[in-house]
Design a protein around this ligand. Structure first.
Ligand SMILES: [Zn+2]
Length: 200
């Protein structure tokens, strides 16, 4: 019989995305075998994330400043207020940040439209985006949602809402990845790359 405490840990770990019952068991036994300080560190890191990290009230990025204050993306005076990049999630925002090419502001939707999964505009931070744009200096909105069905539907929906406001709405160019091979590109990617070709 496994002690209840272990069963409870396994059950909690198994709720994490991509972690099945077996992996959860392996992780639980790993924690048990490790020095007790590791488990204490893990537990306090989990609690710290829950207690200290929250969403910025303007852009909905993660933020560990005092509640009610704005995040570094929103307050950094060196960033360009005229450019606003809309992303589905925090990981997308981080990916764009890593390029060091974008110096505007962000808006995180926290998802993409997906009627099949019951995700409508109300479930995303779209109303907040519209409210924000009423008083912002943004003149271009870059819709950087994913190039999949949900991301495209979201981009189309946003374009219909934002264009009438007199904003320039742009989409990231898509095409052959760097180091990619034309021969192996799928049809949709190649078609997209042709359509978004640029002058040399
Ligand atoms: Zn912010």
């Amino acid at each position: 019989m496994t002690p209840d405490a272990i069963n409870r840990l396994v059950a909690q770990l198994a709720k994490l995305p991509g972690i099945g019952e077996k992996t959860a068991q392996r992780l639980a036994f790993h924690v048990l075998r490790s020095p007790a300080d590791y488990a204490r560190g893990l537990a306090s890191a989990l609690l710290e994330v829950v207690d200290k990290v929250h969403l910025c009230e303007r852009c909905y990025s993660l933020h560990d400043g005092a509640p009610g204050t704005l995040c570094a993306f929103c307050t950094d005076p060196r960033r360009d207020d005229r450019l606003l990049c809309v992303v589905e999630g925090i990981a997308d925002e981080m990916a764009i940040e890593r390029t060091r090419e974008f110096k505007g502001r962000y808006h995180v939707l926290h998802g993409a439209l997906s009627p099949l999964e019951g995700v409508g505009p109300e479930q995303l931070r779209i109303r907040e985006l519209l409210t924000r744009l009423q008083t912002s200096d943004a003149d271009e909105v870059i819709v950087a949602t994913n190039p999949d069905v949900e991301g495209e539907a979201t981009a189309l929906y946003l374009t219909r809402l934002l264009k009438p406001l007199g904003l320039k709405v742009t989409r990231l160019a898509q095409g052959i990845p760097m180091g990619g091979d034309l021969e192996y590109a799928d049809q949709a990617t190649l078609a997209r790359a042709l359509a978004s070709r640029r002058d040399l």
